[in-house]
Design a protein around this ligand. Structure first.
Ligand code: HEM
Length: 249
């Protein structure tokens, strides 16, 4: 209902100066209008399509990145030496300035930390549906079967990663992702193939920006009331919350 109203208002102002394309909805409506004017109406998105696209972006982009940030705060609270290393790097590369696109790309330790958090706490499982009877290894799957690939377990495969697969060790990615696995890559927090996440670079940038701001201004630790209970409630969330105590620096 809310989205319906927003879209109708945007459509009414179509063509007027006020119609901006500086966000997803504006871009979708502008492309729809171009398609309709230059080609045919049959190729345009319906109101329902536009609403579904907005919902997908909101859901796919918001909860997942928030989960990544929450788990990073939890993990850096559990491993203060890595929190210290991350802060030292931020202060060395960015100082107390506002982070920019350019200097965020120089945060190597932070990148390793985020990769490792995405390995241990991947926000989403992968879901696939078989279109026809499909042979998968020794299994024959019927058509129209929904399969969930629990990345949480795939990412902790001791055969591929070694005995410390369940431990937090960002250093394992220091030679690149493919080097950290024995013979096949079993790390894909953003999916794989043609449905791979289109927002992955944006998500990492967003997470780096938020984390930089936090590390510049606060140190943090887990509250005694924190209970470690990762649980898949659509995305991987701390079931009992993430109570974190911040100390102003
Ligand atoms: C840490 C953050 C994120 C994680 C872990 C994540 C993970 C994923 C995964 C696993 C998929 C499914 C890939 C598949 O089925 O093979 C996906 C798809 C998608 N993601 Fe992300 N994502 C994140 C952030 C974002 C952001 C910030 C956006 C948008 C700004 C976004 C937009 C999308 C979209 C639109 C799809 C569907 C792509 C398609 O079906 O073609 N994601 N993401």
């Amino acid at each position: 209902m809310l989205l319906n109203e927003i879209i109708e208002k945007r459509e009414r102002s179509a063509g007027a100066e006020s119609m901006t394309n500086n966000n997803l909805l504006g871009l979708l409506l502008e492309s729809n209008l171009n398609e309709e004017n230059n080609y045919s109406k049959s190729n345009t998105m319906t109101m329902e399509d536009v609403i579904e696209e907005c919902k997908l972006f909101y859901f796919a982009g918001q909860a997942t990145t928030a989960d990544l940030l929450i788990w990073t705060m939890v993990v850096l609270s559990m491993h203060p030496s890595w929190q210290k290393r991350a802060r030292e790097e931020v202060l060395q590369v960015i100082g107390d300035k506002k982070p920019s696109f350019d200097n965020l790309s120089h945060l190597k330790i932070m990148t390793l930390i985020l990769y490792e958090v995405l390995r241990l706490y991947p926000p989403t499982p992968l879901i696939r549906r078989t279109r026809k009877i499909t042979k998968l290894g020794e299994f024959t799957l019927p058509a129209n079967l929904e399969i969930m690939i629990p990345l949480l377990f795939v990412h902790r495969d001791t055969e591929q990663l070694g005995d410390d697969a369940n431990e937090f060790n960002p250093e394992r990615f220091s030679e690149g992702i493919s080097r950290s696995y024995k013979d096949q890559i079993s790390y894909f927090p953003f999916g794989w193939g043609h449905r791979i996440c289109i927002g992955q670079n944006f998500a990492l940038l967003e997470a780096k920006m938020a984390l930089t701001n936090i590390l510049q201004h606060f140190s943090f630790e887990l509250s005694p009331s924190y209970t470690h209970a990762p649980s898949t409630i659509i995305t991987l969330q701390p079931e009992r919350g993430a109570q974190i105590i911040l100390h102003k620096l």
